[in-house]
Design a protein around this ligand. Structure first.
Ligand SMILES: Nc1ncnc2c1ncn2[C@@H]1O[C@H](COP(=O)(O)OP(=O)(O)O)[C@@H](O)[C@H]1O
Ligand SMILES: [Mg+2]
Length: 292
């Protein structure tokens, strides 16, 4: 965390005040992903205080709030980032974690989105509280580790337990779709390579095979305007790897392949826009079968 502060706020007018309870039990995190989360959050706080101000980073003990999918009430580490910035309008608060929501001229709107997903991938929870003109508090809850083997003090170095890491190749012609899909999959713990068209996808798949680092799964966009879409790509892939695992993705629901993906050799289908819970189920299922 201190490392993140040094990297992200170097030379800024923001003053960071730590308030850390050092005696907390460990939590299991993926260090790269957590760096990404704190980087995004610190950048937001910094940008909200262009004239400078205090950013309090507090770590304390608390309990998981009751939100869907969580065992609420469990003991958890609570990390708060409290800034004195411009704040978020109440009407925007529900939308700030949506992909592409931004109020900045050159914002991407992906910082909070990825933070939110990554924390979810750690079985935690992220919430925001803000008063316009006074500041914003981002609060992250992370459950304490249950396994005694990882219980070394401050041992924040393990990946979330039970995550099936896969190597996933994606093909979609739209940059934004690729970015969101990549972020979702990475927040679920997978390694992702993305390609913009069928030809690049086939090339990447073949290279990986010859380098003996094959992909476990390919997610193919069905329709690529004027180009070689999911069907064409799938046919090519099957020619040099008959056992390729592929999932078809589309925004159109009235297509034959999408209606009956298995009849065409696909393992499953994904309807756009992607929902992370659905994506997780489909990917976990296909990966689990592929390993049998
Ligand atoms: N600490 C903060 N203070 C004020 N507004 C914030 C803060 N964090 C996020 N926001 C609001 O949420 C929006 C989305 O944030 P984010 O997903 O990181 O995208 P970006 O920073 O690229 O706009 C921001 O544009 C801003 O309006
Ligand atoms: Mg941001």
């Amino acid at each position: 965390m201190r490392e993140s502060v040094r990297l992200n706020l170097h030379g800024s007018k923001t003053r960071v005040i730590f308030d850390i309870d050092e005696a907390l039990p460990p939590v299991e995190i993926d260090p790269d992903q957590m760096h990404q989360v704190f980087g995004n959050l610190m950048l937001n706080a910094d940008q909200a205080m262009p004239e400078g101000g205090d950013l309090v980073i507090r770590l304390r003990r608390g309990s998981l709030p009751s939100v869907a999918g969580n065992t609420s009430g469990d003991d958890a580490a609570v990390i708060e980032l409290i800034d004195q910035g411009e704040g978020i309008r109440a009407c925007d608060l529900d939308y700030v974690a949506d992909p592409y929501f931004t109020t900045k001229k050159d914002g991407t709107g992906l910082g909070l989105t990825s933070a939110f997903w990554i924390i979810q991938g750690h079985h935690g929870h992220l919430e925001l509280e803000s008063t316009i003109g006074e500041g914003t508090t981002v609060r992250i809850f992370l459950p304490f580790s249950r396994s005694a083997t990882t219980a070394r003090r401050g041992g924040l170095l393990k990946s979330p337990a039970g995550v099936h890491r896969g190597r996933i190749l994606i093909m979609d012609d739209t940059l934004q779709v690729r970015e969101v899909l990549r972020m979702m999959l990475e927040s679920l713990g997978h390694e992702v390579v993305d390609t913009p068209d069928g030809k690049a996808c086939v090339e990447a798949y073949r290279t990986a095979l010859t380098e003996r680092n094959p992909f476990d799964l390919v997610i193919l966009d069905l329709t690529v305007p004027g180009g070689r879409g999911g069907s064409w790509t799938f046919k090519q892939l099957r020619e040099f790897d008959p056992k390729v695992s592929a999932v078809v993705a589309s925004g159109y629901s009235n297509d034959n392949i999408l209606a009956e993906p298995r009849a065409y050799g696909f393992k499953d289908r994904l309807q756009k826009p992607f929902l992370i819970a659905k994506l997780k189920t489909v990917v976990d299922n296909v990966l689990a079968k592929g390993r049998k």
